[in-house]
Design a protein around this ligand. Structure first.
Ligand code: ADP
Ligand code: MG
Length: 716
């Protein structure tokens, strides 16, 4: 029988292998010590070379080949001083994960080996692209892709137990120059935002030359479970989530875990991970228990989006690697356990000038507040006009278990503004406090209007998109997904809205309107037109679903399958094309990859469900039945036998049905396969699970082949 020794699972904490969790270095010294910062490069390059590199960075351009060798040499020397033996172009294919192919610095030469790493190798590498999803962008005769250094994200050293590697953040493209990754569109969207927002800033009096980029701070939620349990659950290993599991007697109803004292083992793990992240220059700041038992959160301080997206990938990687040192496994899946909260990745987003001015920060002066209201209305307009894109940017098989599945947040995209800001915009709309210049429009000149809220007063955890004082928080992003595409979408749709409003504003100013009056009118019109997207109530309620769809006409794209088609609509192809973020081919390719990943994910889950139920759960029920048959005919035995027979038969029938659906494909095209698994395989899996979970509650524990929720969620 299977004896999952709870004590050993709980004690299996290999402190000996775990890194000393005591910060021995001052954090200030540790921070970014494994990052090749500009200062480091400056001290290692000649003045003219550094100046040229710096100019490249300022202009957001590719590295000048003329200085590439010198930069590569400086990089290699630095990395080898840090103990690195290998380098890799570190890139982000459309799998949502990172990819790396290591090359040694050493090349054989004559009798020995010399360390080599040329400018050419720094600028560009040619990984075989054929094993990465390309959505059809890669012609079959040309499998190669290339990776190119993104100098705006610094190189860093990734350490493992007995060595380290220089990682060079790169973009990944096909030979025809089409993006095969998540970084390239993000970089393009950052530039689109910059180009759209700077002209608006000029209208508000900013001097020429300022650059704007989006800022991003992503809160990562995750679960920790004992490693021993993890490897005894084929469903967790294969699909990242439990496909079986009866509800434990205790879930999250006691509300004793959230923000509770963090157990020593977990805290030691967190500290270890954080120290590594500090060395990598990731500014992690917050850690706490989350709502579900066994659930936690880590959050960094915000950075520019591109760097934040790279750092977010590092956070996921370091969490997963480090957990193992403590006999734990970090689960990043959106819904590892049914019945308790799932995990998201709240993306806090704003726009900032290179001088550090946050454009969504309400100001102290009427002028600053005009600017704030202008950008705030642009976000409202953007989200209303492009609900579909925001929804599809977070669509995946795994996130379907959160969004629209009675969980935070709903699949309907709306904005929570909070009562203060809503009140102000309502007053702007109604013209309260007077209209026009003479009344001091918005009351901004006459103090009629209360000061704008400087911090988020009220909180609303049910909204997918919330204003939190000086930024918006996109909460629908899934815990396991790359944040790059959601941020690409946000940057692009806000660029679009800002560009539209700026043109309007400019036209009004050109025809003689005063800035305050013109902005006031524009904010009023924009809010009036788009306020249907603003909702401050309970996003889970049935009333909201009713109101959103019927009274307000908002989209309710409940599942990924409902959302995917939106990506390539004429509106969206035009939008991405106009801003040079994604070509029509690139967009179509991305949609193809979404369908493909969806199909594969559910297909793996379907097969795993079948395998576990057939080879582990049904045999356990049968073995227990045999035991019961030996046990004589007491009423208890007879009744139990009857219950198990009924449930086992139900399991068997459900299994046959699932087997049939798993064997069918639904069609040749990937979207047909995706539709098939959504419509046929998922419900068949649910039926198998229901029967299995019923068995779990009656089969003797010593026969049960899987660690249970009761065991997994409460080992600390
Ligand atoms: P809250 O308690 O409102 O969630 P926090 O200060 O804890 O606010 O911030 C949550 C996340 O939001 C952090 O990652 C933080 O760095 C990020 N954040 C704060 N300001 C900004 C900003 N201007 N742009 C992007 N992210 C931000
Ligand atoms: Mg949170």
């Amino acid at each position: 029988n299977h004896d999952f020794d709870v004590i050993s699972a709980a004690r299996n904490w290999r402190v000996d292998k775990a890194q000393s969790a005591t910060p021995t270095e001052v954090v200030g010294e540790l921070f970014a010590s494994d990052v090749l910062t500009l200062d480091q490069l400056k001290s290692r390059l000649s003045k003219p070379t550094y100046r040229r590199l710096h100019a490249t960075l300022e202009r957001g351009e590719r590295l000048d080949p003329a200085i590439a060798d010198a930069v590569a040499l400086a990089m290699k020397t630095w990395a080898m001083e840090k103990g690195a033996t290998h380098y890799t172009h570190w890139f982000q294919p459309l799998t949502g994960y990172t990819a790396e192919k290591h090359d040694s610095f050493l090349s054989p030469a004559g009798d020995g080996a010399i360390a080599s790493f040329s400018g050419g190798e720094l600028i560009q590498a040619e990984p075989d692209a054929s094993s990465f999803p390309s959505g059809g962008l890669r012609a079959t005769f040309e499998a190669r892709g290339y990776t190119a250094w993104d100098p705006s994200s610094p190189a860093f050293i990734m350490r493992h137990t007995n060595g380290s590697t220089l990682c060079i953040p790169t973009a990944f493209a096909s030979w025809t120059g089409e993006a095969l990754d998540n970084k390239t569109p993000l970089l393009r969207s950052t530039e689109a935002l910059n180009k759209a927002v700077t002209p608006a800033l000029h209208l508000f009096g900013a001097s020429e030359g300022a650059r704007v980029s989006s800022t991003l701070g992503a809160e990562q939620e995750y679960f920790l479970i004992a490693e021993e349990y993890y490897y005894r659950r084929p469903d967790l290993v294969m699909s990242g989530r439990t496909l079986f599991g009866a509800q434990p007697p205790r879930g999250q109803e006691l509300e004793d875990h959230y923000f509770g004292a963090i157990p020593d083992r977990v805290l030691s793990f967190m500290t270890d991970a954080e120290l590594q992240l500090y060395a990598l220059g990731v500014p992690v700041k917050t850690r706490h228990n989350e709502v579900a038992p066994g659930q936690f959160e880590i959050a960094p301080i915000f950075e520019s989006s591109n760097v934040a997206a790279d750092h977010q990938q590092l956070i996921m990687q370091v969490l997963q690697n480090t957990a193992r040192k403590y006999g734990l496994v970090a689960l990043l899946h959106e819904k590892p356990f049914a019945g308790v909260n799932g995990s998201g990745k709240h993306c806090n987003w704003s726009m900032s000038t290179d001088a550090g001015e946050n454009l969504l920060e309400p100001g102290d002066t009427p002028h600053e507040n005009l600017q704030f209201l202008f950008f705030c209305s642009a976000v409202i307009k953007a989200v209303d006009e492009h609900q579909d894109l925001l929804r599809v940017s977070v669509a995946s098989a795994s996130n379907d278990h959160r969004l629209g599945a009675n969980e935070a947040p709903p699949a309907i995209i709306s904005i929570f503004l909070g009562s203060e800001l809503t009140d102000i915009l309502d007053r702007v709309e109604s013209g309260e406090g007077g209209r026009g210049v003479e009344a001091g429009l918005l009351g901004l000149g006459t103090n009629v209007l209360p000061p704008l809220p400087r911090h988020a007063g009220d909180r609303n955890r049910t909204s997918p998109f919330a204003f939190t004082g000086n930024k918006f928080e996109f909460r629908a992003v899934g815990s396991s997904q790359s944040i790059s595409f959601p941020i690409t979408v946000l940057n692009t749709i806000v660029a679009d809205a800002v560009q539209g409003l700026t043109a309007e504003l400019k036209a009004r100013l050109d025809s003689g309107a005063e800035l305050a009056a013109a902005v006031g009118e524009l904010v009023r019109e924009t809010y009036s037109k788009h306020k249907r997207i603003v909702f401050n109530g309970d996003g889970y309620s049935d009333e909201w679903h009713e109101e959103a769809e019927h009274a307000r006409g908002l989209l309710n794209l409940r599942t990924s399958i409902d959302a995917f088609p939106q990506l390539t609509s004429a509106k969206n192809a035009e939008l991405f094309g106009r801003f040079g973020v994604l070509s029509e081919r690139e967009l179509a390719a991305r949609q193809e990859v979404l369908y493909d990943q969806y199909f594969k994910t559910v297909n793996i889950e379907g097969e795993t469900t079948e395998y576990v139920a057939r080879t582990m759960i049904l045999p356990a029920a049968v073995a227990y039945l045999a035991e019961l048959h030996q046990a004589g005919g007491s009423r208890a035995v007879q009744a139990t036998t009857g219950e198990i027979e009924v449930a086992a038969d139900a399991l068997y029938d459900a299994l046959q049905a699932l087997g049939t659906q798993n064997a069918a494909l639904g069609g040749e095209e990937v979207h047909e396969k995706a539709h098939h698994v959504a419509a046929q395989v998922l419900p068949a899996m649910t039926a198998v699970r229901q029967a299995a979970d019923r068995l779990e509650k009656v089969v003797a524990e010593r026969h049960w082949p899987l660690p249970t929720y009761r065991q997994m969620l409460f080992v600390k």
